[in-house]
Each structure stands twice: as C-alpha cells, then as structure tokens.
Design a protein around this ligand. Sequence first.
Ligand SMILES: [Zn+2]
Length: 81
Amino acid sequence: MIDYIIKTRMSEIKSHHKPSTTYSGKFRKIKIDDFMFFCKKCSCVWASVAPFIDRIKWRKYPKGNIPSYGKTRKKCPDCEL
Ligand SMILES: [Zn+2]
C-alpha cells in the first residue's frame, strides 16, 4: 500500500524535476520538499501528505509561510475541482 503510493509519487516527481533523493526502497529518506507544490491559481504552497500521516492526503500552507521558490508548479486539489 505505502510502497505503491511512493512509487506513484516518485514517477510524478521524476517528470517535473530531478529527485534529490535516490529511491532504493528507503522511502524514509525522501525529503518533504519533494512533496511540496506551488499553486499559481491561489498562490499558495501545498503539500501532499502520506495517508498514513494524514487522512486528508494534502495540506495547504498559509501564504508567506513557505517560500514558493523552487517548488513545482502544480494546481492544488482545491483549484483542480
Ligand atoms: Zn490552489
């Protein structure tokens, strides 16, 4: 289950930018930054959260709290609806 999610995420990440961690079964080493995105529509930083951490699966951060620089541009689930 967890393994499946990680693999799905990793293939998503690979299509956007170079992964900063090497995936070799050690999913604990994946940096949270790799799961953070910047939504241009509502100009917020949001992050996908592993379901075993949070049932909602993603979180939105208040504006200004986290720099959007270097974040992958991706619509947040709110704006995708
Ligand atoms: Zn948004």
